[in-house]
Ligand binder design. Structure first.
Ligand code: ATP
Ligand code: LTN
Length: 335
């Protein structure tokens, strides 16, 4: 790329809805770090998405700063990447409203995340949970994003985002850039340690996931108790051997080689050995991040200054798209 050529834009977000898991790290965060030098990157703390499920206010507030610290601790340079809270840039909610008027009820009711979350929170199936993907589309389209690094569970939302953008562009001209997904080949869906047919998720019970901040003993215990199967063979076969394949995928994603090679290396070994090796790889991958997190979280003033400064920059960028959209749909000019 020539020196003066504008870099492409990356946008992604993580909800401060719980302690980040190894799934979030492998499916999303780790790729954010890889992409930061080649793109203009915006990594948002999507607190407005998080309240689609009831949150304790004090916990939510604390987790937003913790997520900023995790972003930085995982290697994202806050001078090169925009790290900020979604609720600090009002354009997200404003654009979401407009896009709501370009999204059909039928499209939203097909979203599998909506179906899963409304089953899990049957006492609180709120309209925000239903229109969640529209806010996500607004996040992405607000910055004329080219690429969106996410885990595979977000693919359906991303396709909807593209459909909304294309629909809007068809009426008003080329207003939005049409974004592409960036989904890793290995690790796009890390599975629950207890129910390996299900995605590892930070809102599930503690023993089903490895948290990025778990200490080595906790990691060892959780992996030791991970569900495998009874045939005793170490082989990568997600369909028939989801538990064993999940451990192999975790190791591979964390740099231990490709899944087939790891499996071949471990021929004749038992699941105990597989779990020990996985434990070592995970502890080694997480310990630098944990040390850096500990240092950063002690300096709340610094973290606050990062999200404040970056929100200002994000706001200025967001307004460019928002004003254009408002004009296109026919809102009265500002005097
Ligand atoms: P929640 O359980 O609160 O819905 P979550 O754990 O699914 O949260 P999100 O904040 O919704 O996490 O997701 C942040 C990013 O992490 C998204 O890009 C998502 O695709 C990715 N991700 C989440 N879980 C996994 C997983 N198990 N494997 C791979 N990627 C994942
Ligand atoms: N919906 C995502 C989080 C999210 C996101 C985004 C991801 C909100 N806005 C924009 C990528 C781009 C989730 O539930 N994991």
């Amino acid at each position: 790329m020539g020196e003066n050529e504008k870099k492409q834009v990356i946008f992604s977000g993580i909800q401060p809805s719980g302690t980040l898991t190894l799934g979030n790290y492998i499916g999303a965060l780790r790729n954010f770090v890889k992409l930061q030098d080649d793109y203009d990157c915006i990594y948002c703390i999507v607190d407005e998405h998080a309240i689609t499920v009831r949150q304790n206010p004090a916990d939510l507030r604390r987790r937003c700063l913790e997520l900023a610290a995790i972003y930085i601790a995982s290697g994202l340079d806050p001078k090169k990447n925009l790290i900020y809270c979604q609720s600090h840039v009002s354009g997200h909610a404003e654009l979401a409203w407009i896009l709501n008027c370009f999204t059909y009820m039928g499209e939203l009711s097909r979203m599998t995340q909506f179906k899963a979350k409304s089953a899990a929170h049957a006492d609180n199936i709120n309209a925000g949970l239903f229109t969640y993907p529209v806010l996500m589309a607004a996040d992405i389209l607000l910055y004329q994003t080219n690429l969106v690094p996410v885990g595979v569970d977000q693919k359906q939302h991303l396709e909807l985002c593209r459909d909304i953008a294309q629909r809007f562009n068809a009426v008003y001209g080329d207003v939005f850039t049409i974004p592409e997904g960036y989904i890793p080949k290995i690790g796009a869906k890390i599975m629950s340690l207890q129910e390996p047919e299900k995605k590892m998720s930070k809102s599930d019970p503690e023993d089903t996931y490895i948290a990025l901040l778990d200490d080595p003993d906790t990691i060892r215990r959780k992996i030791r108790r991970a569900v495998t199967d009874s045939d005793g063979e170490i082989r990568f076969d997600p369909e028939n051997k989801p538990g064993v394949s999940n451990l192999l995928a975790i190791m591979s994603a964390l740099g231990a080689g490709d899944v087939e090679t790891i499996a071949a290396d471990m021929q004749g070994k038992g699941y105990g050995e597989l779990k020990n090796r996985t434990t070592e790889v995970v502890i080694e991958a997480l310990s630098p991040l944990q040390a850096e997190f500990k240092r950063l979280i002690a300096d709340k003033a610094y973290l606050q200054s990062v999200i404040d400064e970056n929100a200002k920059t994000a706001n200025a960028l967001a307004l460019r798209t928002l004003r254009k959209v408002q004009k296109k749909v026919g809102f009265a000019p500002r005097g």
